[in-house]
Design a protein around this ligand. Structure first.
Ligand code: ADP
Ligand code: NI
Length: 215
């Protein structure tokens, strides 16, 4: 017999918790916890199917290519699990479609076709910006051995945390699918702008004086 939705959510949560545990690159369980809560909040405002959104949010990073040998292996891991616990194909298909199309991929993925996909993608992107996005970016950079920042004239080929803001994070506000996520993104975006402004101000604060002293 098919399990109740509440029971499935509990199982999905256990599965995601066990798989992600304490991943140090910003994909830990608490990221999933926040994305799930954001997804439910946006789903409510946008009249999307809450169950599909919650299940996809809970499982989305189990399939992340950074935590699997390949994108396909990650997707198979989620699908196998959904089949093993006896989920209905009418739920498995939309959930898998969301997870398969959700990642940023340099901004080149096709747009989400369902409102549920738009909601979960927005929730994931909201967690990449604002104060939490800043924290995750530096955690990720640290986990990869990247530098915090390299000023333009010294830039080598290495990626830095600050460069990631320009490559991706500052673009996310514009890419929000839903009206409510756009509202939530505005405040987080402003906070990142303020952070970067302060960061660069501190970085170059004493440069003038140093030069005068040296000469
Ligand atoms: P998505 O789930 O959309 O595919 P990612 O897995 O690429 O996003 O990113 C997860 C987290 O890691 C985000 O908070 C993101 O900002 C951060 N991150 C990804 N790539 C980098 C990078 N090169 N430098 C710093 N942070 C990064
Ligand atoms: Ni995520």
């Amino acid at each position: 017999m098919r399990r109740k939705e509440g029971q499935m959510i509990e199982l999905a949560e256990q599965f995601a918790r066990a798989f992600l545990a304490s991943d140090p690159s910003g994909h830990d369980w608490w990221h999933v916890h926040r994305v799930r809560n954001l997804a439910l909040e946006i789903a409510d405002r946008e009249h999307a199917d809450a169950y599909i959104c919650e299940l996809a949010a809970l499982l989305h990073d189990v399939a992340d290519v950074k935590l699997n040998a390949s994108k396909q292996e990650g997707l198979d891991r989620v699908r196998d699990w959904l089949e093993r616990v006896g989920e209905d194909p009418a739920v498995i298909e939309p959930v898998m479609e969301i997870i398969a199309n959700m990642s940023y991929n340099g901004g080149s993925n096709a747009p989400m076709t369902t409102i549920e996909g738009q909601v979960v993608q927005d929730a994931d992107r909201l967690d990449a910006i604002g104060a939490i996005g800043i924290a995750r970016t530096f955690a990720f950079a640290g986990s990869r051995g990247h530098l915090i920042h390299e000023p333009g004239e010294h830039r080598s080929n290495t990626k830095t945390a600050i460069a990631h803001f320009h490559e991706k994070l500052l673009k996310l506000q514009e890419l929000m699918n839903t009206g409510y996520a756009k509202e939530l993104a505005a405040n987080r975006h402003q906070f990142m702008e303020a952070f970067l402004q302060q960061f660069h101000a501190e970085w170059s604060e004493y440069r003038e004086e140093d030069r005068t002293d040296d000469s």
